[in-house]
Design a protein around this ligand. Structure first.
Ligand SMILES: NC(=O)C1=CN([C@@H]2O[C@H](COP(=O)(O)OP(=O)(O)OC[C@H]3O[C@@H](n4cnc5c(N)ncnc54)[C@H](OP(=O)(O)O)[C@@H]3O)[C@@H](O)[C@H]2O)C=CC1
Ligand SMILES: O=C(O)CCC(=O)C(=O)O
Length: 479
């Protein structure tokens, strides 16, 4: 049994969650403690008690701890990557890449701990000096989804600790293994008891406790729009700080002048890699008339060569969907798109077993053409390997279609025209814009986040993360 970490001790829960391998549902990865609300309360109490001392810890102390955590994660990339692929279903190279990203994130924020900002400036009044500094926010509640089981926890935990906050971390129920492994590394890192707490348990129990306890000063959440709205309502009601990263319906525009190979590679990567389970996935391909048919034919050819199989097997391109619920949602949307008039030109087949006969949640990547902007497939996030194609008359029409969505996380364009690329970067209503690149798979040292219904609050990652994890103080001194 893998236990919760509360106030520096490993505690049994009040229930157990079974972690199952989606590539082979006979494979039980482990049993993980499930906290109840009282145990979540214990963690919040521990973090609250630890905060005054930790918020005054030196930059050197924080650097040493975060840097050592990053070093261990990087050294164990193969083992942690295997665990991640086994519990979440992304392929082994993708999973190892995610672990490396997590290690790099800890090292990046270790460096940030040594670079505190601040200003010293004269007042408008004579003889008065002004200092503008940043201080830790307090105890932060971090709620993470299943699709990036170590990178998303890393990009919330590392900045929180770097800037002197204490943490209560609630990972997604589906992927407790990577979260527990990360917590175990943190438990040996030299952090004082209570500074970092792992509380595995149900969203409706542990998650809700974090939203409603007045001692949690700030909540950082990544997940669905529906849960994000609950976070917003609860935090607003008690005037706590919050930050939301939610869904996307990310467009990739392909113009007549695009390099066909570049466009197809970017679309296949961002639509289908990681089984399409990325909020940055390109799920709407907006293709101008002159290249449409050639592009669709090239996509189909490339997709037919993709190997859907066990996530940990060498040569697998696409692993399984994460669980039966998500698989059901993916299949429902394929059906809805067809019923609305879309044409399934490739994939969309449920495979009960992989090549070795193991039962899993396999689905061949699906491409749906002849769709229109008002169809549900073009308005709602599927979160699976399901991509639609929209036909556009010209660049201006393509740009309008790209922006015609309630979301605004990422947007891409494939073109050889500097003029169109520049115009697209300027006029896309998305938080992140990519030219001749996949919309998914972003850097760890620059801001991450979106506009409209995708995100709320300050950006995550890079130096901009300070906006969320610190609060500004302005101090005046009469000389
Ligand atoms: N933008 C993104 O990165 C992601 C988007 N999604 C979208 O969300 C859909 C559903 O996925 P799902 O995992 O159910 O997403 P959720 O939003 O339900 O889960 C995200 C996190 O929130 C927790 N949570 C759930 N309910 C509450 C609550 N009432 N209060 C506080 N925390 C809560 C979950 O805990 P628990 O796991 O215990 O339920 C999990 O840790 C997907 O199909 C996809 O469309 C999903 C994952 C990531
Ligand atoms: O595409 C990426 O690199 C990150 C995606 C992500 O954060 C998500 O899907 O939640």
């Amino acid at each position: 049994m893998f236990k919760n970490l509360i106030n520096g001790e490993w505690l049994d829960g009040h229930g157990v969650a079974r972690n199952i391998n989606p590539s082979d549902t006979r494979d039980l990865i482990g049993e993980y403690a499930q906290a109840d609300a009282a145990q979540a309360e214990l963690a919040i109490t521990a973090a609250t008690a630890a905060f005054p001392a930790w918020s005054l810890s030196t930059p050197q102390q924080r650097f040493d701890i975060l840097d050592a955590v990053g070093t261990e994660i990087l050294a164990r990339r193969a083992e942690l990557g295997d665990l991640l692929a086994r519990e979440e279903g992304k392929t082994l190279p993708e999973a190892i890449g995610e672990v490396v990203r997590a290690g790099n994130i800890f090292k990046f924020f270790a460096g940030e701990a040594l670079r505190p900002g601040g200003e010293s400036l004269p007042s408008v009044r004579p003889g008065v000096g002004v200092e503008v500094t940043r201080e830790a926010v307090g105890v932060v509640g971090l709620i993470t989804p299943w699709n990036f089981p170590i990178a998303i926890p890393a990009w919330k935990i590392a900045p929180a600790l770097a800037w002197g906050n204490c943490v209560v971390f609630k990972p997604a129920e589906l992927v407790p293994g990577s979260a527990w492994a990360l917590a175990e590394i943190l438990s040996r890192s030299g952090l004082p008891a209570g500074v970092f707490n792992l509380v595995m348990g149900r969203g409706s129990v542990v998650g809700e406790k974090l939203l409603n306890d007045p001692r949690i000063a700030a909540v950082s959440f990544t997940g669905s729009v529906a849960t994000g709205q609950k976070v917003a309502a609860a935090c607003t009601a008690r005037m706590a700080k919050f930050q939301l990263e939610m869904g996307g319906k990310n467009p990739m525009v392909v113009l007549d002048d695009a390099d066909l190979g570049v466009a197809v590679n970017a679309a296949v990567n961002s639509g289908f890699f990681s089984t399409g389970q990325r909020c940055t996935a390109s799920s709407r391909l907006i293709v101008t008339e002159g290249i449409h048919d050639r592009f669709v034919a090239a996509m189909v050819e490339k997709m037919q060569a993709l190997k859907v199989d066990d996530a940990r097997k060498a040569g697998t391109d696409i692993g399984p969907v994460v669980d039966a619920n998500q698989l059901g949602q993916d299949l429902d949307y394929i059906g809805i798109a067809q019923a609305d008039g879309g044409r399934l030109v490739q994939g969309g087949q449920r495979l009960e077993h992989n090549a070795d006969g193991a039962p899993g949640f396999y689905l061949t990547p699906a491409l749906i053409t002849d769709t229109t902007p008002d169809m549900r497939i073009n308005r709602e996030e599927v979160f699976g390997p399901v991509v639609s194609v929209l036909r556009a008359r010209d660049f201006e029409h393509a740009l309008a279609l790209a922006n015609d969505t309630p979301f605004g996380l990422a947007a891409g364009i494939a073109t050889t025209s500097l003029k169109h690329a520049t115009h697209f970067k300027r006029h896309s209503q998305a938080g992140m814009v990519m030219v001749n690149l996949p919309t998914a798979g972003v850097d760890y040292h620059v801001p991450f986040g979106g506009r409209k219904g995708s995100s709320y609050g300050p950006r995550e990652q890079g130096r901009h993360a300070a906006e969320f994890y610190t609060t500004v103080k302005t101090a005046y001194t009469q000389a």
